[in-house]
Ligand binder design. Structure first.
Ligand code: OGA
Ligand code: NI
Length: 378
């Protein structure tokens, strides 16, 4: 596809976007490969329109990118003691209904494991490119793959980010031999901690919805776990692009670990708010499936990551989700939550159908959930 662009000086430059995307994909070296080539200006495929970058949907700017507002912090200490558990459930309910985001402290995962997985992901991305190339987009449903911009040809602009994806539980445990040697041992260990934390959070979220604590587990909402080790290279022109464009997660929920660099923002009342990196904490955000089955009570909130002049920024996002292979299991608003005053907003879907819709759409900033809304709520 050729596009003509006015440079402002009256000249027109022919820009062959398809050619640029294809060359990027064929390099199999991701955004880091672009940076390693020594560029000063970012390639055109990453350049976003200014209004997307400065977007402030309410038309006010005073709170944008603000840190005056703190993401709710939830302390899991004493989660098995009856009184404290009630408080935690209440806090999780409030945070999930209002912001869709919260930060976890005293979650039981050792800080050494948290810093080691960040190091492991960094090692993977910084090793010899030839080894990474072997894993490049090795089938999106396979056990492990490395890539950048899975939606390269679907979305209008590319993100300044590379990702190593390991389907740790799908729902069979991943054979550790499939995990790249640069991060194998720590990924296995991190995965065990994530499975435990995913189990605890699934119970708490069931209770936050007023259901039996095993309700969501019995629906197999948390049957699978995929770990996305993101690498956001330092960007020479961060004001022109994004690390990750606006999206909500195609998950049940997500447990995110970010390093100290920052840049993660979520949308609340049409303003972007920073999720400040706090050492030793995890960020949890509600995903689309949980919004759907809670009939819109818990919010899958849009978020994005700014590009940064410094870096790399490393983050590890663990997607807790149902299995993509089961075409029998339907996810729709939970019966027990519905009433005359609270009729279903969404139709039921399989996770497979949901995922294929979400992927075909790419990260265009429009929630995949809209497609599943019943006509009367569309
Ligand atoms: C994601 C995501 C944020 C980050 O993987 O869906 O939003 O900080 N990641 O990398
Ligand atoms: Ni996300």
């Amino acid at each position: 596809m050729e596009m003509t662009t006015d440079t402002g000086a009256g000249e027109h430059i022919i820009y062959d976007r398809y050619k640029e995307l294809k060359a990027f994909e064929e390099s199999k070296a991701g955004v880091k490969g672009v940076v390693d080539a020594g560029i000063r200006k970012i390639p055109r495929m990453f350049v976003r329109p200014q209004d997307e970058l400065t977007e402030d949907l309410a038309g006010h700017t005073e709170h944008s990118g603000s840190s005056i507002f703190e993401t709710p912090k939830i302390d899991l200490q004493g989660v098995d003691q009856i009184d404290r558990r009630e408080e935690i459930i209440h806090e999780i309910r409030c945070a999930s209904e209002t912001f869709g985001f919260f930060q976890l402290v005293n979650h039981g995962v050792p800080v050494s494991v948290m810093s080691e997985i960040i190091n492991g992901v960094k090692r993977f991305h910084e090793q010899d490119t030839d080894i990474k190339k072997l894993l490049h987009l090795n089938g999106l449903v396979g056990g492990v793959n490395f890539g950048s911009n899975f939606d390269l040809y679907v979305s209008k602009y590319a993100n300044w980010r590379d990702t190593l994806k390991c389907n740790l539980l799908s729902p069979e445990p991943l054979d550790p031999q499939e995990i790249p040697a640069t991060c194998r041992d720590i990924a296995v260990e991190y995965g065990k901690h994530m499975m435990k934390l995913s189990h605890t959070l699934t119970e708490l979220l069931s209770e936050a919805l007023g259901l039996q604590k095993d309700h969501l587990r019995k629906m197999d909402c948390n049957e699978c776990l995929s770990m996305n080790g993101h690498y956001y290279p330092a960007c020479p022109e961060p004001e022109l692009t994004l690390g990750t464009s606006k999206h909500s997660d195609p998950t049940f929920f997500t447990i995110l670990l970010q390093d100290y660099i920052g840049g993660l923002q979520f949308l609340h009342q049409n303003h972007w708010f920073n999720v400040k990196p706090i050492p030793g904490t995890f960020v949890v955000n509600i995903g689309d499936i949980l919004q759907l089955i809670s009939n819109g009570k818990l919010k899958s909130v849009e978020h994005r990551v700014l590009a940064n002049r410094v870096g790399p920024r490393i983050s590890v996002a663990c997607f807790v989700r149902p299995s993509i292979n089961s075409s029998a299991k339907l996810y729709g608003p939970i019966e027990e939550l519905l009433s005359e005053d609270n009729p279903p907003i969404y139709r039921a879907t399989t996770f497979k159908e949901y995922t294929s819709h979400s992927r075909s759409k790419g990260m265009n900033g429009v929630s995949a959930l809209n497609y599943f809304k019943l006509c009367s709520f569309a």
